[in-house]
Design a protein around this ligand. Structure first.
Ligand code: PEP
Length: 248
């Protein structure tokens, strides 16, 4: 069983000051919380890390990285830069990156490899669109997204990461997968990873809120959550963390 884990994806919100304030509010009350990863925008990372200095169960990660190690890639941020700042994790393949910035499975796999080669833990996001679900393709899509990464880095390395199942139709929409829908895909991912002896945390993401968190976290193959909108407010996020503690 993987350790319960709650990640907050702050997307393109906040300033260095407001991000540090939010991180501080979360840290002040997070003693009884599960392991937490905060994912501010790139430019807010130093302020959040400074705010969290010497506090324990909260890590900081980024929302994206470049697949290349260094070079003439204007505007990009590489894994080593994130590691130097003190990041431990990085999202790869978030659906907003896939849909809005044309990241395909191959590119996501390369970003995953770049993260791991620098010692960062990737949080690999997978999930189907509404049309894919309606066509009965949800498991196939998730399988292909994971297989692309396995083909590049190997199954053992994928198992050393965190995987977030985020049905695209549930992200930022207020629509949440039912606990049964989420559990089905989580169990499928668990089976795809097989018995590698590494407890890979499987997070659910998609409009997780205080009022639906308990039922989701009660599912046996949901080890934690990746929370967007509801992570921007300390009280909501901590409430979700509390539900996780009670269920896990
Ligand atoms: C996300 O950004 O990964 C996410 C799950 O967002 P939301 O919780 O707002 O649906």
């Amino acid at each position: 069983m993987a350790k319960p884990l709650l990640a907050g994806n702050w997307k393109m919100h906040g300033t260095a000051q407001s991000a540090a304030t939010l991180a501080g509010q979360i840290a002040d009350c997070a003693a009884e919380a599960p392991d937490i990863i905060l994912l501010p925008s790139f430019v807010c990372i130093p302020a959040v890390i400074a705010e969290l200095a010497a506090r324990t169960n909260i890590s900081v990660g980024a929302q994206n990285l470049c697949q290349h190690a260094q070079g003439a890639y204007t505007g990009e941020v590489c894994a080593q830069m994130l590691a130097d700042l003190g990041c431990s994790h990085v999202l790869v393949g978030h659906s907003e990156r896939r849909a809005l910035f044309a990241e395909n499975n191959q590119l996501v796999a390369e970003k995953f490899a770049a993260a791991q080669s620098t010692g960062l833990t990737p949080i690999l996001c997978v999930g189907e669109t509404l049309t894919e679900r309606q066509k009965g393709l949800r498991l196939q899509v998730v399988k292909e997204q994971i297989t692309a990464v396995v083909d590049l880095v190997g199954l053992q390395n994928v198992c050393r990461a965190v995987i977030a199942y985020e049905p695209v139709w549930a992200i930022g929409t207020g629509e949440t997968a039912t606990p049964e829908q989420a559990q089905e895909v989580h169990a499928y991912i668990r089976a795809q990873l097989g018995e590698q002896g590494i407890p890979t945390p499987l997070l659910y993401g998609g409009s997780v809120k205080a009022d639906n968190a308990a039922a989701l976290f009660a599912q046996p193959d949901i080890d934690g959550g990746l929370v967007g909108g509801a992570s921007l407010e300390a009280e909501q996020f901590l409430n979700i963390a509390q539900q996780m503690v009670e269920q896990k």
